[in-house]
Design a protein around this ligand. Structure first.
Ligand SMILES: Cc1cc2nc3c(=O)[nH]c(=O)nc-3n(C[C@H](O)[C@H](O)[C@H](O)COP(=O)(O)OP(=O)(O)OC[C@H]3O[C@@H](n4cnc5c(N)ncnc54)[C@H](O)[C@@H]3O)c2cc1C
Length: 371
């Protein structure tokens, strides 16, 4: 019998499975479609909250700890699988909004002071620059906040590496296996059934079904608050080097993420449209205009893609990483909302520690399952 069944093969499920496999557990992932093709694939791969000073301590604690784990996590994956997830510190340049209105300029100055104080307190390097020092392709040369240590990862490559590493470490991945029901007796899951009529059993079960987690858990979700939030992204094919750093523009948090081979991601929207994953024409136009306005060299002719993903939304962007309040062998690692790629190694370690009865390196009470 399996020690652990992981339900959902996005970044949360794959990273959790790998962590448990490395600790010696027998693990099977059951994935409804194919692994790594939902939100985790659709995301941008920035390894930081967009404006970290706007978030609560539980988000800061988990993202910062996860960031500490990232170099080792990537190094091990790269060495083991030969796949390079392109993890690197591209830095992030935070630009003020386009408005020159004195009130807006004063507000921006105040925001920059808050940001600098926060960064100093959290050991994150920062300095005020003129934007062309860092990114000459920008339309405007204006005062901006430069965060040189912010990293990024090419998330589709990271997912490929994780799938391979799970298999290389002896994990079983079963795709096209949607969990449709649970057999529960004596406050324990006895088995789960898939849409194909098969049953699987394990000592423990972890739900990592992203935006679908609440739906999947039905009445066992209790007061769990996870909902789908659509994000759309445009992809440009530019000359390598046009942009070397992530650029983020306040106040609407529009961003450009350059990859090393010249691709640039432009995003993203935050839309509450239930489980609708379609892209839309107005958003294509809006993102294209914003990208061109920020970097005039980005034009419609360079468009190479447009997609949408469903983030697992959660109150305050705080995930639930916990055991179920009364089903004793059921765990959840979900609700990472906008930062599931950033939080993946940290969350995987926390939920694995719970299952393996290991001590936690940080206070996990903020990530409790609401009953
Ligand atoms: C546009 C966009 C930009 C983003 N940018 C960033 C970023 O820059 N940095 C960052 O850190 N994060 C970013 N994110 C957020 C991040 O992508 C998510 O938080 C993260 O991917 C969530 O991972 P997950 O594994 O929980 O969910 P998913 O990747 O959605 O995986 C869930 C999996 O569960 C499976 N599943 C669902 N129901 C069942 C079932 N009944 N049975 C079996 N399997 C099931 C699904 O098929 C899916 O494969 C972004 C997201 C989007 C959409």
């Amino acid at each position: 019998m399996n020690d652990v069944i992981v339900i959902g093969g996005g970044i949360a499920g794959l990273a959790t499975a790998l962590e448990l496999l490395r600790q010696g557990a027998h693990v099977t992932i059951l994935e409804r479609n194919r692994c790594g093709e939902e939100s985790s694939w659709a995301g941008g791969g920035i390894l930081s909250p967009l404006l970290p000073w706007d978030y609560s301590d539980p988000v800061t604690q988990l993202t910062q700890w996860s960031n500490c784990l990232y170099p080792g996590f990537i190094q091990a994956l790269h060495t083991e699988t030969g796949i390079d997830p392109e993890f690197h510190a591209s830095g992030m340049l935070v630009l003020p909004g386009f408005s020159n209105h004195p009130e807006e300029v004063a507000r921006q100055d105040a925001r920059h002071r808050i940001a600098e104080t926060w960064c100093a307190r959290h050991d994150l390097a920062t300095r005020m620059v003129h934007s062309h020092e860092i990114a000459p392709a920008l339309a405007l040369d204006e005062p901006a906040l430069w965060l040189p240590e912010v990293c990024q990862v090419r998330n589709p490559r990271l997912l490929q590496a994780l799938v391979l590493a799970v298999e290389m470490n002896g994990g079983t991945i079963i795709e096209h296996a949607e969990i449709t029901s649970w057999k529960i007796a004596q406050e324990r899951i006895q088995s789960v059934a898939t849409s194909r009529g098969e049953e699987y059993a394990a000592a423990s079960y972890i739900v990592t079904a992203g935006a679908w987690s609440r739906q999947l858990l039905h009445e066992y979700a209790l007061k769990l608050d996870i909902w789908p939030v659509r994000g759309q992204i445009l992809l440009f094919k530019a000359q390598p080097g046009l942009l070397a750093t992530i650029v983020l523009q306040e106040p609407d948090n529009f961003y450009l993420i350059p990859r090393r081979d010249g691709y640039i991601l432009a995003g993203s929207t935050v839309e509450e449209v239930a489980f609708d994953k379609h892209t839309t024409v107005p958003v294509r136009k809006e993102l294209l205009e914003k990208a061109h306005r920020l970097v005039p060299a980005l034009t419609e002719e360079m468009l190479a893609g447009h997609w949408a993903g469903l983030r697992p939304g959660s109150p305050g962007n705080i995930p639930v990483i916990d055991s179920h309040p009364f089903v004793t062998n059921l765990y959840l690692n979900s609700g990472h909302y906008r930062y599931g790629v950033t939080m993946a190694p940290g969350s995987a370690r926390l939920v694995s520690n719970m299952i393996l009865n290991k001590p936690q390196p940080l206070d996990v009470t903020p990530y409790r399952w609401p009953a």
